[in-house]
Ligand binder design. Structure first.
Ligand code: ZN
Length: 405
């Protein structure tokens, strides 16, 4: 079936590319034409479903860091650990759909039990469920009792590292996640600044993953872990908070920043939708300033960012990705146009996705339609009218009760 969406403007995705009075023509799950309304309209068949809006058509949003197994409320870890497979699978599917109804057409999950997210991914791809495009890591590699050991990815030594990666590949993982440093929320595990793997072990992880054709996402808070992950050649660094050894404060290493940029490794800072409350309650004023400083410092070094939310953690909900994007405009000071590019084309590229994150013939029909102009006002992304997930129309929560003509 064909669908034609016409709007005041089509935001194609890559920086600077927009078509005023434009249209997008979708054929099944694929975009077949994009351009000026008059030209594209001519290619639409009589039976085509037509949607005309005053605002903007843009690629669906990409959230590069979520945990669909967690329910985003306090006590989520206890509930996760008590849940059986059926409960987890239903929770994962429901949260993925909630994200989709808020305009997110691609989610990358970076840690679950036994690859359950990958089973939901498969069900969506088979057409058993409506949902966003899912990428998943399965259980992240971590040392015995290390950060997030409860996902089941504990490894000790090269043999177990190889075996875990083989198992994740067999589960159908899209990416290998390694907990290069400690993290929060795992009682008794190493502190955030501390490395959990040696440089040689990280080399092995990257070597094995790349040999299997998979990218590597490294969780790294400590500067030592960031440096080792960079030298090993990981594909994305999660959090990347530059913590000095033994809580000695920020340790921003020039040589490592230059290397991250030179290797084109993307950094996912993973900040929650309600970042204002998060800063007030968790990070504090001084901490928030330090976060901004390191983002600006990384930006000055030409490091590429990919947005993500760590959704699933308490208060980091799945249906307000736009809130998280507003951080980069309102706190960091980047233009809305830059942030829209980062959350669509840029994120798809960082995740190694071809034909996603852009509106162009042959690309997946992952499309978001909003009122207003998100290139000048990021909050326009809240005013959602229609979402297409591989051509399948979904009514966004924001549009329930509205009429889409
Ligand atoms: Zn995470």
């Amino acid at each position: 079936m064909q669908q034609l969406i016409t709007a005041e403007q089509v935001v194609v995705g890559p920086a600077g590319q927009r078509v005023a009075d434009g249209a997008v023509l979708v054929d099944g799950d694929t975009i077949s034409a994009v351009g000026p309304r008059r030209e594209v309209e001519r290619r639409a068949e009589d039976t085509c479903r037509r949607t005309a809006v005053g605002g903007t058509v843009l690629p669906g949003l990409v959230n590069a860091h979520v945990h669909l197994s967690w329910d985003a409320d306090f006590g989520m870890l206890e509930r996760y650990r008590a849940a059986d497979y059926a409960e987890l699978l239903l929770g994962i599917a429901g949260r993925a759909q909630r994200a989709l109804r808020a305009g997110v057409t691609t989610l990358r999950d970076l840690g679950d039990r036994d690859g359950l997210v990958l089973r939901v991914r498969d069900a969506i791809e088979r057409g058993d469920l409506v949902g966003p495009r899912l990428l998943g890591s399965g259980p992240p590699l971590t040392p015995p009792e290390g950060h997030c050991w409860f996902f089941g990815g504990e490894v000790s030594g090269p043999e177990e590292i190889r075996a875990r990666i083989r198992r994740n590949v067999a589960l159908g993982a899209d990416v290998i996640k390694v907990m290069a440093s400690g993290g929060q929320m795992t009682p008794g595990s190493p502190p955030t600044w501390q490395s959990q793997f040696s440089a040689e072990e990280l080399d092995l992880v990257v070597g094995e993953a790349h040999a299997a054709g998979l990218p590597v996402a490294a969780h790294a808070h400590g500067t030592e872990a960031i440096a080792a992950a960079t030298a090993a050649g990981v594909d994305t660094i999660e959090h990347c908070s530059w913590q000095g050894a033994r809580n000695s404060g920020p340790d921003l290493r020039e040589d490592v920043a230059r290397e991250i940029a030179a290797r084109d490794i993307a950094v996912c800072h993973a900040y929650p939708p309600d970042w204002r409350s998060f800063q007030r309650v968790v990070v504090g004023e001084k901490g928030a300033r330090a976060v901004l400083e390191r983002i600006h410092w990384m930006d000055e070094h030409g490091i590429r960012f990919v947005p993500g939310t760590d959704a699933g953690l308490p208060t980091s909900v799945f249906d307000n990705y736009v809130g998280a994007l507003s951080y980069y405009v309102e706190a960091v000071g980047w233009s809305p146009a830059r942030v829209v590019e980062m959350a669509t084309t840029g994120a798809a590229r960082a995740l190694g996705l071809e034909g996603v994150g852009r509106l162009a013939p042959g690309c997946a029909a992952d499309v978001l339609v909003v009122d207003g102009d998100p290139l000048s006002d990021i909050t326009a992304l809240h005013r959602q009218r229609l979402v297409l997930a591989r051509g399948q129309a979904v009514v966004p929560d924001a549009a329930v009760g509205q009429r889409v003509s």
